[in-house]
Design a protein around this ligand. Structure first.
Ligand code: UFG
Length: 325
């Protein structure tokens, strides 16, 4: 198939592009490089530098490349930042996403996969969150993804677009060539590894007074290559209908446990300081991915946190400053 990947210069988008290419698909990356890195785009992918805020630019890309499917990664994606910049998140994520969905319908694209999020669940009622859990977004970021899920539902009903919504829990780890590099970096694992590498003095734990075993927030860390595999499988599943899946390992680790695992992997001491809570952070987000496992035959290959951190560490050691472009 020919797949148009928005945000293919970003972290999850570039790794998924790599995996799609290895599986024999043709990929067109569409990215405005506001956050991504040109260097992260695999050379075998076609490249379009353009902006989803422009219906004309996205319409032209769809008309020119005539993709069989679109995977939509391009978005603002920081929970904490969205609490401070709600307009930017709601406007850019929702409007740009609608521009893209409309261009797909106009251009005859029949399959659409959305990068959605665990931040749809601010206060989950059960320890493992499955697809039947009630949605209550935890931030403007989560709300923007929920708005796009609902938009896809209605565009599917009225226009026949088939869609998959993949709700990622905490993406982490790296492939040999591609890893996590944001500027500024705000994610826990890359920050902890920067401390291990001597590039930062300490990591700040955002709150140690949550109602969890050690007082720090619990997340479900899932390897980016496992997320990429799920996209391949979901694409196939769209032949028979729309799909919504939670993608995680089903095991929660606290911030302190992540830091401890990174100490084991790197051998570094990784000093910590305790800071205040970060707005928008739910105390605990852990997936039940049973539905994806059964329906897609998806089995995460990286179930062990130390193994996941080791892959991120080895990328970090190879590219200590990340991408240069
Ligand atoms: N944390 C710290 N100190 C830091 C950075 C993070 O204590 O310096 C904590 C956060 O408070 C949180 C945990 O580490 O409890 C993980 O934080 P990240 O910033 O790495 O990731 P988030 O859970 O905030 O968000 C990520 C993605 C979102 C996605 C979400 C799904 O950035 O896009 O996972 O759970 F929606």
């Amino acid at each position: 198939m020919k797949i148009l990947v928005t945000g293919g210069a970003g972290y999850i988008g570039s790794v998924t592009t790599e995996v799609l290419l290895s599986a024999g698909h043709d990929v067109v990356v569409f990215d405005n490089l506001s956050q991504g890195h040109r260097e992260a785009v695999p050379p075998a992918a076609e490249w379009v530098q353009a902006d989803l805020s422009s219906p004309r630019e996205i319409g032209a890309a769809v008309a020119m490349h005539r993709p069989d499917a679109v995977m939509h990664f391009a978005a603002r994606s920081l929970v904490g930042e969205s609490m401070a910049q709600p307009f930017a998140y709601l406007r850019d994520n929702v409007i740009n996403g609608l521009n893209l969905i409309e261009a797909c319908v106009t251009g005859g694209v029949e399959r659409f996969i959305l990068s959605s999020t665990a931040n749809l669940f601010a206060a989950p009622e059960s320890l493992l969150i499955d697809e039947d859990a009630s949605v209550a977004p935890g931030s403007p970021y989560g709300e923007s993804k929920w708005a796009l899920e609902r938009a896809l539902h209605w565009i599917s009903e009225t226009k026949g677009l088939r869609y998959g919504s993949l709700r990622y829990f905490n993406a982490c780890g790296a492939s040999d060539e591609r890893g996590e590099h944001h500027d500024p970096e705000t994610h826990l694992i890359p920050l902890v590894l920067q401390v291990a590498a001597g590039q930062r003095e300490h990591v700040t734990i955002f709150g140690d007074d949550y109602d969890t075993e050690d007082g720090t927030c619990i997340r479900d860390y899932i390897h980016v290559l496992d997320l990429a595999d799920a996209h391949l499988l979901a694409l196939r599943a769209l032949e028979t209908g729309n799909v919504i899946y939670h993608l995680g390992n089903g095991e929660g680790f606290s911030v302190r446990q992540v830091i401890e695992a990174a100490r084991m992997v790197t051998g570094a001491s990784i000093p910590v300081k305790i800071g205040p809570r970060r707005a928008g952070d739910p105390p605990r987000l852990v997936a039940s991915s049973e539905r994806a496992r059964h329906a897609l035959g998806w089995t995460p290959r990286y179930a062990d946190l130390e193994q996941i951190i080791a892959s991120a560490w080895s990328w970090h050691q190879r590219y200590p400053n990340g991408y240069t472009n």
